[in-house]
Structure formats: C-alpha cells, structure tokens
Design a protein around this ligand. Structure first.
Ligand SMILES: Nc1ncnc2c1ncn2[C@@H]1O[C@H](COP(=O)(O)OP(=O)(O)O)[C@@H](O)[C@H]1O
Ligand SMILES: [Mg+2]
Length: 285
C-alpha cells in the first residue's frame, strides 16, 4: 500500500542558507560535559547505559556520545528514548519523544565504527570542509554537521526530507517520518502500487537537489522512505556539492541505482535518460 504520491511545493526555494560558512568542529559542549563528569551527568549516563534499547552490542557509545545525548535532553530536544529503528554500519537510529510531544528520530554515529577513509573521500573536495585534516573525531563531527546542513539545503530547495532539528557532536535529531506505531517504510520494503508517480516524484526531487547544488551520493530504494503516500529522501550525510571532484560520478551512480529500481517496477527508464533529466537545469551556484 503506497497510496498516491504527491510532490511538495518548493515554497522556500530561495537562498541556500549559510552552510557555506566553514563548519566548526572544535571542542563541543558534549566533550566538556564528558570531561567534567559531574554527578548529574554520571547518573544520567548510568541510567541510559542500563536502558534496554542501548544494550544491543553495536550501540556501546563512548562517554562523549552520552554527553551529547545528555546535552540534547537538557536543551529540551529529547524527552525520552524509544526503541531503535535501525542499526546500520555507522549509525544507529532511534525513535524518541521530542519537544512538545512530537516524535523525533535520533541518529547516533558510532565514532569508533565509522569508516573514516570513505568519509574522507566525500569530505575532501567539498569547499565546506577545506582544511578538515585527518583527526577521526573531527571527521565524524564534520560529517554529522554536513548531514544537518544538507537536510536544511534540500528542504529549502523543495525536496521532502526529514526536518533537521538539532545536532550535537555525533548525534543528529530530526523529524520522525511516520509514527512510532506506524513506521515509515523504505521503498525497498513496500509493494509500490503506482511506480509511475513515485518515479516522477523521485526524479523531480533529484532535479531540485541538483539545481540547489547538491548530489545525494547514495540514492536508492534504501534511502527513500514512504509514509501515507509521501515520499521522503533520507540519509544525506554523504551528499556533496556539485563542486566536489567526484560529483558527476556520484550523480551517475545515483541515476543508475534509481533507474534500475524503477525498471524493476516496470518503468521504461535508464540511468542516462534520468541523468539528462536531472541535469537539464543549470545549478544556481
Ligand atoms: N527521519 C526518519 N524518520 C523515520 N525513519 C528514519 C528516519 N531516518 C532514518 N530512518 C530509518 O532508519 C534507517 C537508517 O537511517 P539512514 O539515515 O539511512 O542511516 P544509515 O546511514 O544507517 O543508512 C532508514 O532506512 C529508515 O528506516
Ligand atoms: Mg541509509
């Protein structure tokens, strides 16, 4: 059941925000909290470490990660944690209760497990990350900030993405697409009833992203989720600007993946055609 897909309106498509300013990855408040280890933080850490949903093997977080969560709780972005939605290669995603009784998704990067070499390849050549250096911690922090900035930029360009809410160190809080009790599904998991419209929406979002100067870089049926007929693009951590030396290669790969998924759904499209469609309009910057 996928319902009818509808494009969102790009009302806020002017201006691309200030993410071109250098992204600051210096010592964070979370690092300071972790170092100080006052009683309140220690109690919080113990409580959350013992909570069932954090007990799974892959989610052994370091102190600074607990401190980042603590800071987000103190600042009111997270009220309570729900269960894990996903435990991926580099990050775990949890459901949580956010400000004002809204459900949020909390994506926590596991710094130690992250694949730095691969991350570096995406950061290198992105003008936003000039001079980031080789420090593992800094690279992951820059990555999470980049994901936040990419979500913001995509949203402004009229691409339906989860609304980014807050970022603290290696933890990103964003709108939860769907509901805790009725979770959004990946396109790969559902039976797409109207692939024609779904494809039209996806290719329009790819085009809007491109004209906003961004290339997703990992687009496929696994990073497109749907809920109540709404298609949402997720996982923009690796998205690069069109100035990146490999931007074109990434875009071609995205087009190939998306086209092959929709070909399997019976749509007559190939990667090159999709590429031409997406790049038909010159980017603004
Ligand atoms: N904002 C969100 N709302 C609902 N589900 C989400 C959200 N973000 C991520 N997810 C779920 O978590 C999974 C992993 O998230 P993703 O950002 O793709 O991380 P990864 O890098 O591990 O692939 C997604 O496939 C999706 O099922
Ligand atoms: Mg993903």
């Amino acid at each position: 059941m996928t319902g009818e897909f509808e494009l969102i309106e790009p009302e806020e498509a002017e201006g691309f925000g200030d993410e071109w300013e250098e992204i600051d990855v210096s010592d964070t408040e979370a690092d300071r909290i972790a170092r100080k280890r006052d009683r309140k933080f220690s109690e919080f850490r113990k409580r959350i470490k013992d909570a069932d949903q954090f007990k799974v093997e892959q989610s052994v977080f370091d102190d600074a990660t607990f401190a980042a969560i603590y800071k987000l709780v103190q600042d009111g972005y997270i009220e309570a944690f729900g269960g894990p939605i996903s435990t991926g290669k580099e990050a775990n995603v949890y459901e949580a209760l956010g400000d004002d009784d809204t459900d949020v998704a909390v994506k926590i990067y596991r710094i130690n497990a992250s694949n730095f070499r691969q991350m570096r390849n995406y950061l290198e050549g992105d003008p936003r990350f000039e001079g980031i250096g080789n420090d593992k911690g800094k690279i992951v922090l820059a990555w999470v900030r980049k994901e936040f900035a990419n979500l913001e930029r995509a949203r402004k360009a009229g691409v339906r993405v989860p609304e980014p809410i807050a970022v603290e160190r290696n933890v990103l809080v964003m709108e939860l697409v769907g509901l805790v009790e009725d979770r959004a599904r990946r396109l790969s998991e559902v039976n797409v009833e109207n692939p024609e419209t779904a494809f039209e929406v996806v290719r329009e979002y790819m085009r809007r992203l491109y004209s906003a100067g961004l290339i997703h870089g990992d687009l496929s049926e696994y990073n497109l989720i749907i809920h109540e007929g709404e298609l949402v693009v997720i996982d923009l951590g690796q998205a690069v600007t069109i100035h990146h030396p490999n931007a074109n290669e990434f875009l071609q790969r995205d087009c190939t993946n998306v086209a092959s998924f929709f070909t399997r759904q019976g749509i007559d499209v190939d990667g090159d055609e999709l590429y031409d469609y997406v790049t038909d309009v010159e980017p603004d910057n």
